[in-house]
Design a protein around this ligand. Structure first.
Ligand code: HEC
Ligand code: HEC
Length: 498
């Protein structure tokens, strides 16, 4: 990472910049711009299924589907929504190290379950970062400090270190906060990691939250569907290679964990060989596994799936371990644990709603959609897939999922590479981010480096270098920058209508 910053720009890179990026700059005159975040709409109280307890969370939206969802599942969804929004403290087992104190805190934009809160038109310029707000009100001097990368109007972030001491691979999450001084406790004196030192070594990478809208639908796409979609895209690639400017379109592979072949630090479900699909690197198999892991990693709460604490410093334990379990009631029936409730909430959570009219009318967005397909964005961001005909829940069965992802990994080059391997995903490989809900996202890309769609597209391109192959997206990015300003604008309008 450190070398990457110091590396001299080679001849190849210069040529590359000229060829790929320059047209973007020259277009700057009457240039196409990101229309910006579509302001969130407040769901009218009467339409909020869980209004009694919270919340702006809506279950799967279209009327037929809501009616389809049996009452018991709606109740489960609401119970899950409440848990998802619950703020935990020392006596629920928060910490000793943690990134935030509720799921909703990080997954809250444009509504419960979403991605990182952030600036949007009409927010009044307030602090939009809950991590920042939390740290500035709850922590007094002498306990934790607010690291520089947690900014008032920046994204929620978690940190991974690429290497451990002596250059050994690390890759794990190093929590932003500790419970030192929290709720007035004086017994736990755990320090935060020295983020400045790690930053100087170029050893830190960031991840922002991925949204969980429609996540139950993603879970129900069969492996064979993902596989067939990828194969048909690859077939199209060969077909197209002949009749455009030598255009070689993306390849991609699935994050299939083969027995004995799992590496990296997290994706340990190497035994069943099925396709993992959640997270920036498609590293996780299911919502339940993700919920268990997030509870332990993000909040420091050990649970049924992750039974031991991440930090076992004795003076810093305030609750029995695991901190949360299912609890049999008097009749011996198990009452669901928090992780099961989180998973149920995300499973029934509505997919993002589109607004075809935003921002410049339906016709611009519709033209943009055609361009999106024509220039090859859709080779990785597949417009839709179908859920299983066999799905146990009728609302999730045989449903069209407009996810704009192939759920496969792609080599994105050193510009995006974070050097972290998870499952089969290497340091430069990421899942084609599902683009549904893009209209209401304040930050883009795994590290939230930009809130501007044009920058996000530009960042897709990298030449070969620093040990990584060139980005699979290079030809598509050049096609984008060859478009007229008008066509670029149609494409950006389309993206913000999602
Ligand atoms: C500190 C902020 C933070 C908190 C708190 C948090 N998350 Fe996340 N969440 C993230 C980040 C960052 C990612 C992306 C992780 C990655 O892929 O490396 C993520 C990703 C996810 C995903 C994957 C969605 C997808 O389709 O990729 C799920 C599911 C999820 N979180 C559930 C939860 C649950 C349940 C909780 C509460 C127990 C929770 N999260 C708490 C930051 C947070
Ligand atoms: C080679 C496959 C590939 C192609 C082609 C491709 N993308 Fe992507 N896209 C990705 C991957 C992988 C990511 C996630 C990268 C990361 O976070 O580091 C991504 C992320 C994005 C994001 C950010 C989404 C988020 O959740 O933060 C946007 C916006 C986007 N792509 C738009 C486009 C557009 C528009 C095009 C066509 C001009 C395009 N992509 C072409 C693979 C591709």
């Amino acid at each position: 990472m450190k070398n990457r910053l110091r590396y001299p720009l080679g001849f190849g890179l210069c040529m590359f910049l000229l060829l790929v990026l320059a047209p973007g700059f020259s277009a700057a005159a009457g240039k196409a711009t990101d229309p910006g975040v579509r302001p969130p709409k407040v769901t009218p109280e009467a339409e909020r299924p869980c209004a009694r307890w919270i919340t702006d969370a809506t279950p799967i939206p279209d009327a037929a589907w809501v009616k389809d969802l049996p009452e018991a599942q709606q109740k489960l969804f609401c119970a899950g929504a409440v848990k998802f929004a619950t703020v935990d403290g020392l006596h629920e087992g928060l910490g000793p190290t943690f990134n935030f104190n509720s799921c909703k805190g990080c997954h809250d934009f444009p509504s419960t379950g979403g991605s990182s809160p952030g600036p949007y038109p009409g927010d009044g310029g307030a602090n939009t970062n809950p991590q920042y707000a939390f740290a500035s009100t709850q922590y007094q001097a002498g306990t934790n400090s607010i690291p520089w990368f947690v900014q008032a109007r920046g994204p929620v972030r978690e940190v991974r270190f690429v290497h451990a001491d002596k250059g050994k691979p690390d890759g794990g999450v190093h929590a932003v906060f500790t419970i030192r001084g929290l709720e007035g406790n004086t017994q736990c004196s755990l320090d935060q990691p020295d983020f400045d030192a790690q930053h100087r070594k170029g050893n830190m990478i960031f991840r922002i939250p991925t949204p969980t809208f429609g996540a139950g639908l993603l879970e129900q796409i069969e492996d064979s569907t993902i596989d067939a979609n990828l194969k048909s895209r690859q077939a199209r690639r060969y077909g197209m290679a002949k009749n455009t400017r030598g255009f070689s379109l993306p390849i991609g592979r699935l994050n299939i964990v083969r027995v004995g072949h799992a590496h990296g630090s997290e994706n340990r479900n190497g035994n069943d060989g099925t396709i993992a699909r959640f997270g920036w690197k498609a590293q996780n198999k299911s919502l339940l596994v993700f919920a268990g892991e997030a509870y332990n990693v993000e909040m420091g709460i050990s649970n049924e799936l992750f039974q031991t604490e991440r930090d076992e410093t004795p003076a810093c334990q305030f609750a029995p371990v695991p901190n949360d379990t299912s609890n049999p009631d008097r009749s011996g029936l198990a009452v669901l644990s928090d992780v099961e409730l989180f998973a149920a909430f995300m499973r029934y959570l509505a997919p993002p709603a589109r607004d075809a009219e935003y921002p410049h009318g339906a016709s611009s967005g519709a033209q943009g959609e055609v361009i999106f397909d024509r220039i090859g964005c859709s080779h990785c961001h597949s417009p839709s897939m179908q859920t299983s005909m066999q799905s146990a829940v009728s609302a999730l069965r045989d449903h069209d999922v407009a996810l704009y992802s192939d759920l496969a990994l792609h080599h994105m080059g050193y510009g995006l590479a974070d050097g972290i391997s998870q499952g089969q995903a290497g340091g430069d490989e990421f899942r084609s981010a599902p683009l549904w809900g893009l209209g209401q996202r304040a930050f883009f890309l795994h590290d939230g480096r930009t809130g501007d769609l044009v920058e996000a597209i530009r960042a897709h391109a990298s030449p070969k270098g620093h040990g990584y192959p060139k980005s699979e997206a290079n030809p598509v990015v050049s096609e984008y920058f060859r478009l007229s300003n008008e066509d670029q604008q149609h494409l950006l309008d389309f993206l913000r209508s999602l």
